[in-house]
Design a protein. Structure first.
Lengths: 350, 224
């Protein structure tokens, strides 16, 4: 068991997962997660009020479970890190309030951290300190960002982001169109395994020459989604059956192709030989496969954490908190707000 | 023996905190800010504790109002209370927030029946009816949520506390000038109930409304 460095408690509540973890340095000691994903399934997407209610119900039991798993008491904690944004405002507030209460009660410093930077930082728990600088691709249900990370605690720069839907959102929407269950990512991933990724040539958003000037590192998935809808509707109109596996595989291929192509282009442009991938969509098998293949071809070393660390959790928050503490940064104030639109460049909120 | 209680409430427009030693309120503070509960509450707690010259470890219990009140703010108070309880290993006592307003009115020596009606947004109020009796104030029925006009006219005609009569003056009787929960009064109420018996609730919100199952973006047409 790691004995180096402060024991950091991490709390996450930005979307539909309540996460509480203990991290020391880059060692994960406990990672408790309660998810309300099943409560949202019948709505086909996260319902904010349902998520907030679930966070409140889950917070104390999840903290208790993390303590039990770590064999620690709350009073052993040296610092408290919490996601202060971006995310759903009402959901964030539950975690922020709980983190403040722990920090205030125990007289420990509080660090409000950026959820997106935390996703990038999660991999230190699997593969040690980040190679810096690194390009990071963050793909989740709410976000799609390409980042240049010179220092995960201090210097994160946005290279590009989605101009419309997030990658995970596109998976969820297309899955619904195909009649596959929510969340759509895993459903499409599974269906795609039986399909032909070259069956249908779906568009690759923002890759045309005219887009490369202003949107070289940005993403767009809404045109792709519309193309899938049109394709399916045309088939239906013609009274033909929908080859679900082929549609899923071809859609998945289009997403994985654009994501990896742009990430590798960003590495080349900035002369960087390391690519870090994170976020829930990283669970996608084709994305992982294509990233490995293309990075190997380009001489880029790829880092991807285990799936459990890709989805929302408190571990990544504690991991980023530990990095910030290690740099000796001043804590956030007890007036720390929940910032639903916290910019990705702001690693720590004051 | 002194029993130090920290009381907080976020069910009304005020973020309010107070420290009580079992006999009297040592310090109390209310910040009139309906939209920034998450930011304001812990600094307010810190401030009343500093005024009372106490540190977190001096606390013996936490008291919290569990609404009804607008959900987002309400949750901030409740999760703060329960997490403080867990971190300090002390009990959390909860009461209906409207009862704290009623307790304050009763302790001013008012008599008879009155109404408490607070802002529930969406043109509705959270309300409950009370009567002052020997030995305290009693709530007549469960708290409810409705438009002011939906209340029985005889009930609406009662003297009314809370923001309801300020927001909808045409719908209510005489204004009783207690608009928001005061944590000092809430602390007094909890101390009274601990000593004399009375309803102490689990620290879970009195939502009174189902969640708005607004389909998120994903549920609108896939073409949207
Ligand atoms: N195997 C997969 N392939 C593609 N997408 C996936 C896969 N597994 C999960 N996802 C997607 O990941 C998203 C959830 O990731 P998460 O990081 O929790 O997102 P957020 O924090 O933005 O809610 C969902 O949109 C889900 O469909
Ligand atoms: Mg996420």
């Amino acid at each position: 068991m790691a004995t180096d460095g402060p024991l950091v408690l991490g709390i996450e509540s930005s979307c539909d997962e309540t996460g509480v973890s203990f991290v020391r340095g880059t060692t994960l000691l406990a990672d408790a997660v309660a998810s309300s994903v099943q409560e949202h399934a019948r709505f086909g997407g996260v319902v904010p009020e349902v998520a907030s209610r679930a966070h409140l119900e889950a917070m104390i039991p999840t903290i208790e479970r993390a303590c039990a798993d770590a064999g620690s008491r709350l009073s052993d904690v040296d610092a408290v890190a919490v996601t202060s944004g971006p995310g759903l405002a009402g959901a964030l507030m539950v975690g922020v309030a709980a983190a403040k209460a722990v920090a205030w009660a125990l007289g420990k410093p509080l660090y409000g951290v950026n959820h997106l930077c935390a996703h990038v930082c999660a991999d230190v728990l699997d593969h040690g300190p980040l190679p810096e600088p690194t390009v990071a691709l963050l793909v989740s249900g709410g976000h799609t960002n390409l980042l240049l990370v010179r220092d995960i605690a201090d210097d994160v720069q946005s290279l590009g982001a989605t101009v419309d839907d997030a990658a995970g959102e596109a998976f969820d929407k297309v899955a619904r169109l195909l009649g596959l269950p929510y969340p759509g990512g895993p459903s499409i991933d599974q269906a795609a395994a039986q399909g032909d990724p070259r069956a249908i040539a779906f568009p690759r958003g923002l890759t045309a020459r005219k887009d490369l000037e202003r949107h070289r590192f940005d993403f767009s998935f809404s045109g792709l989604k519309t193309a899938v809808v049109r394709w399916v509707q045309e088939r239906e109109r013609a009274g033909e059956p929908i080859p679900v596996a082929d549609v899923a595989a071809s859609f998945n291929e289009a997403v994985a192709d654009v994501l990896t192509r742009k990430a590798i282009d960003a590495c080349r442009e900035h002369g960087i030989h390391d690519l870090q991938i994170g976020g829930g969509v990283t669970a996608n098998s084709r994305l992982r496969e294509l990233a490995e293949q293309r990075c190997a071809d380009a001489g880029i070393s790829l880092r991807v954490p285990r799936v459990r660390l890709c989805t929302d959790n408190g571990a990544m928050v504690a991991a980023l908190g530990a990095q910030i503490v290690a740099r000796g940064h001043a804590p956030s104030s007890f007036a720390l707000p929940a910032d639903s639109s916290m910019p990705v460049e702001l690693v720590q909120a004051r | 023996m002194s029993h130090v209680l920290l009381a907080i409430d976020t069910a009304t427009s005020a973020v309010t905190a107070a420290v009580h030693d079992g006999t009297r309120v040592l310090a109390s503070e209310s910040v009139p800010d309906a939209r920034r509960h998450a930011e304001t509450l812990t600094p307010t707690i810190d401030s009343v504790m500093a005024h009372a010259g106490l540190s977190p470890r001096d606390l013996d219990a936490v008291a919290v109002g569990v609404g009804p009140g607008p959900f987002t703010g309400l949750r901030v108070g409740i999760v703060t209370a329960t997490t403080l309880g867990l971190a300090l290993g002390i009990p959390v006592h909860a009461v209906c927030s409207l009862d704290a307003i009623a307790h304050e009115i009763a302790s001013r020596g008012e008599h008879g029946e009155f109404l408490v009606a607070t802002d529930a947004r969406r043109k509705e109020v959270y309300w409950a009816r009370y009567t002052v009796r020997a030995g305290g104030v009693a709530r007549l029925g469960d708290p409810a949520v409705s438009t002011p006009a939906a209340l029985d006219p005889a009930v609406r005609a009662l003297p009314t506390a809370g923001r309801g009569p300020l927001l909808y003056p045409a719908d209510f009787g005489v204004v009783v000038p207690v608009t928001d929960v005061d944590a000092g009064a809430l602390a007094g109420l909890v101390v009274h109930r601990l000593e004399h018996g009375g309803e102490l609730l689990p620290p879970t919100p009195l939502y009174l409304r189902q969640p708005d199952a607004q389909p998120s973006a994903a549920q609108k047409s896939v073409l949207s």
